[in-house]
Ligand binder design. Structure first.
Ligand code: HEC
Ligand code: HEC
Ligand code: HEC
Ligand code: HEC
Ligand code: HEC
Ligand code: HEC
Length: 357
């Protein structure tokens, strides 16, 4: 019955779109055959030969898992989410790159190794050599009840499209992981993922509101005191003093030479309804520190999907011990004295000039 319905709907939609050139998703449900196959057969040859698919043909998908389906188009195009190599990642558009999940070591702290598993969200995508997380203890994501075994593109993005920022799920049921989101999709505007130029301080996701609550759909209010973890506020106003620090801070070498009009640092983002994809202004007292201030949504070459490596004293140490890709310092590769970007808001590197490695 479901097969029949699906075929009929596909046919109707194919007719609707046949004479018009649209992008693939167009903020709505795309051509069904981009992702579904009715019999796992085309010209008498299986569309996908991964055993799990041949045996299961989950949701009549063209690949054995939702993420493998999305990756048929998104690896090297339309955001390039798993392209390049661990040492030469593709253009950064905002979310960071899943290629870092393939790293053998990300850790540049004192001793030990941290595998690529910890680079960010682990996709269940066996067709692309990726599997569920093995390093985080327990069956669920930290702070919540979302199963690690169900993590994939369609855990966060609605495969049938919607009008939210990047088609992220809002309130309601999410089939993958059988989850119920209670917080709406964040309000934000993204940059053009087809453009050759990616994220910079003048071309960046405009984070407006709601990101912390959205991540909280799966992580709860992570990092709060009751959880006994790093007690850092998220979804919380900066206040005048911290907003002022952010404006003036222009690197360890220039603690007070910045100005409000040009203070925006894509590497240390904040949420504000006034942000645009080209805005360069720093925050106001009511702008918010958010999960996305410190983390990226997909993965990075630092543990815990850090926007910068949280384990190094000087950004110039990133990648040195681990041989992983060094996240570019926003103050340039030659500024060896640049300390952690927590200082953009907290200026704890005052007086540290001259103590570089
Ligand atoms: C961009 C890829 C994509 C496109 C295009 C797409 N689907 Fe899907 N569809 C999926 C994925 C992935 C799942 C499995 C969802 C999951 O596990 O989260 C799914 C699941 C389904 C399901 C079963 C679950 C449910 O939601 O009831 C139906 C029915 C379905 N799709 C119908 C359609 C129809 C009809 C079209 C065309 C109008 C379509 N799909 C277009 C990716 C897609
Ligand atoms: C048949 C190729 C194809 C498949 C399969 C596909 N996409 Fe896309 N996707 C595109 C193209 C082309 C674009 C850019 C134009 C557009 O938005 O339609 C895009 C854009 C996107 C965007 C950015 C949208 C925005 O608002 O800027 C997201 C997010 C996305 N896809 C997620 C997914 C997910 C999740 C899946 C799997 C469920 C998937 N795609 C499967 C072709 C595809
Ligand atoms: C659909 C549920 C879901 C959403 C939404 C979600 N996460 Fe996660 N997250 C998980 C799960 C499950 C894990 C553990 C398994 C893994 O790493 O994939 C995880 C792991 C993480 C990790 C640790 C990665 C590692 O391997 O050490 C960080 C950091 C993280 N999430 C941050 C975020 C941030 C920031 C957001 C919002 C932009 C977010 N998450 C949104 C489910 C989710
Ligand atoms: C944990 C949730 C989560 C998962 C899993 C996830 N995404 Fe995303 N994705 C996001 C968020 C949030 C953004 C917006 C990031 C930003 O602008 O900071 C995003 C952005 C994007 C973009 C825009 C380009 C960019 O790099 O910002 C594309 C395309 C995309 N995702 C596709 C995918 C595909 C394909 C998969 C699976 C291979 C996937 N996503 C898995 C949450 C997720
Ligand atoms: C001020 C920066 C900052 C903010 C804001 C922040 N985090 Fe973190 N996060 C970190 C650091 C640093 C770590 C590394 C572990 C630690 O120090 O606790 C981390 C680790 C994590 C981990 C991995 C834990 C593990 O066991 O591997 C998850 C999950 C996570 N954060 C989720 C979130 C979510 C969800 C939000 C928003 C509600 C958020 N973070 C906001 C800095 C931040
Ligand atoms: C975008 C600005 C911003 C960034 C970046 C930032 N913080 Fe904060 N931090 C805040 C705000 C806002 C508060 C709350 C201040 C208050 O309530 O007075 C805070 C509070 C704190 C506190 C005090 C917590 C408490 O409960 O009293 C510590 C410690 C801290 N931050 C450490 C860090 C570390 C470590 C990093 C880097 C991993 C970091 N911060 C990055 C904005 C930021």
């Amino acid at each position: 019955m479901r097969k029949l319905l699906l075929t009929t709907m596909c046919f109707a939609v194919a007719l609707m779109f046949s004479s018009v050139a649209y992008g693939f998703h167009d903020e709505g449900v795309a051509r069904c055959s981009g992702c579904h196959t009715m019999h796992n057969s085309q010209n008498g040859v299986p569309v996908d030969t991964v055993p799990a698919h041949v045996n299961g043909n989950q949701d009549l998908l063209i690949r054995s898992t939702p993420s493998d389906v999305c990756l048929t188009c998104h690896i090297t195009k339309h955001g390039k989410v798993l392209a390049g190599t661990v040492l030469a990642p593709p253009t950064l558009y905002g979310a960071g790159n899943f290629v870092f999940l393939l790293e053998d070591n990300l850790y540049d702290g004192r001793s030990g190794t941290v595998p690529g598993d910890a680079a960010g969200h682990n996709l269940v995508a066996p067709g692309n050599g990726l599997a569920a997380d093995l390093t985080i203890s327990g069956s669920f994501g930290p702070g919540g009840t979302y199963p690690k075994s169900a993590m994939g593109c369609s855990s966060c993005h609605d495969p049938h499209g919607n009008t939210s920022f990047r088609m992220l799920y809002g309130i309601g049921h999410v089939q993958a992981g059988n989850a119920n989101f209670t917080a709406a999709a964040p309000l934000a505007d993204g940059i053009d993922i087809e453009a050759a130029t990616g994220e910079s301080n003048t071309n960046h996701t405009a984070y407006k509101s709601g990101m912390s609550a959205w991540c909280g759909n799966c992580h709860g209010n992570y990092h709060n005191e009751a959880n006994g973890r790093l007690e850092h506020p998220s979804g919380h106003s900066l206040g005048g003093e911290i907003a002022g620090n952010y404006d003036l801070y222009n690197g360890t070498a220039h603690l007070i030479s910045g100005s409000h009009a040009t203070a925006y640092l894509a590497a240390v983002s904040f949420e504000d309804p006034a942000n645009t994809t080209t805005s360069t202004a720093g925050p106001t007292a009511s702008s918010q520190v958010s999960c996305i201030t410190c983390h990226r949504a997909h993965a990075t070459s630092a543990p815990d999907a850090g926007r910068w490596d949280f384990n190094v004293t000087f950004l110039s140490e990133d990648g040195v011990t681990s041989s992983s890709y060094p996240i570019p310092s926003p103050y340039g590769p030659d500024v060896k004295i640049q300390r952690s970007l927590c200082n953009k808001c907290h200026v704890k590197d005052a007086g540290d000039l001259g103590s570089a490695p």
